[in-house]
Design a protein around this ligand. Structure first.
Ligand SMILES: [Zn+2]
Length: 332
């Protein structure tokens, strides 16, 4: 540590904006500079970054002096985050395996070079688990457990994949098969909250029809349709085994008495269907196969098919009025 100058003015830091500006330009920061040049500001980079699970992000902090000169003060900063999903090794952030696409986590860099100096800088890590990083050479998804995983006609689940935290649904159901009255714990908790809210806010009675479906169930369903109606029909109206979102335990078909507990397009025009479209994201669900997006999702309009992706991602997809596929494609 070099000589310490006395800081006479409390350092007020403006926390927003790309550059943190010290309000009083006459204040000198001690022990980070040779002489006593004026510090114009302090800058963290990257200030906002996309990073996926398992990825490391290196942060750098610079003091900006007069004449645009900068001094690297990274080693005088202590880094931390507002979440346990991000851990630090000095200035390197590691994004946890449980981080979900769409989450935004705050990184805090605190100046520890001198007690008298109080500088806190903030950056944001936006989680993004790219589609390219989550598939193997055979087209099999490598992150089936992740709430932000994408399964479709190009991205398969392994025939062996069975979610480990399936639970029995706590909401009203309308079919007797115990297998399909299950979802993964987070999705089940979320649907319980959603159905309860629909009832409390609008007096609407939503009913679960079909949740988890094993690979074997989908396999016999698909081949049953092929045998009865032919391959073209089956490919249009049923998912190929390994390509059904129901195998994830994160998808649920819902219905209501107003459509006689069936799965029909008209559900989208019922009070229950409209409320679902407008509110499902609050509970972490998206309408996975919206109208007019068949070319992108590979599936016809299904106003009843909900997919749990967590509240952050669901809200982003809802606000952007987009699909799961497009959300990822637009960020790549
Ligand atoms: Zn479905």
């Amino acid at each position: 540590m070099k000589k310490l100058l006395i800081i006479t003015v409390a350092l007020l830091i403006i926390l927003t904006g790309c550059k943190t500006v010290i309000e009083d330009p006459d204040v000198d920061l001690p022990d980070i500079i040779e002489k006593d040049p004026e510090i114009k500001g302090v800058n963290i980079s990257p200030e906002k970054v996309l990073a996926g699970s398992g990825e490391k992000v290196e942060f750098k902090v610079e003091a900006i002096l007069e004449g645009e000169k900068t001094i690297d003060i990274t080693s005088d900063m202590k880094f931390s985050s507002d979440t346990e999903k991000i851990s630090f090794e000095n200035n390197k952030a590691l994004v946890g395996e449980d981080a979900i696409t769409g989450e935004e986590h705050v990184v805090i860099a605190e100046y520890i070079g001198a007690e008298e100096v109080d500088i806190d800088l903030y950056a944001t890590i936006e989680v993004f688990n790219s589609l390219e990083d989550t598939i193997d050479e055979n087209g099999v998804i490598t992150n089936p457990e992740a709430y932000d995983m994408v399964v479709n006609k190009e991205r398969n689940l392994s025939s062996q994949y069975v979610p480990q935290d399936l639970v029995k649904l706590e909401v009203e159901t309308c079919l007797p098969n115990p297998e399909i009255n299950q979802l993964r714990k987070a999705a089940s908790d979320a649907i319980t909250k959603m159905f309860k809210t629909a009832d409390e806010e609008e007096g609407l009675n939503l009913v679960a029809r079909s949740g988890y479906r094993s690979y074997a169930t989908q396999d016999s369903l698909y081949h049953g349709i092929v045998n009865k109606y032919g391959q073209d029909y089956a490919d249009k109206y049923s998912a190929y085994p390994g390509q059904s979102e129901h195998q994830t335990g994160l998808a649920l078909d819902i219905t209501a008495a107003s459509v006689n507990y069936q799965l029909e397009d008209v559900f989208g025009e019922t009070e229950e269907g409209i409320w679902t479209k407008e509110n499902a994201h609050r509970f972490g669900f998206i309408i996975r196969y919206p109208e007019g997006k068949e070319d992108i999702t590979g599936y016809l309009y299904e106003p009843w098919h909900l997919r749990y992706v967590g509240e952050n991602l669901a809200t982003k997809i809802f606000r952007q009025d987009t699909t799961l596929e497009e959300y990822f494609m637009n960020k790549e």
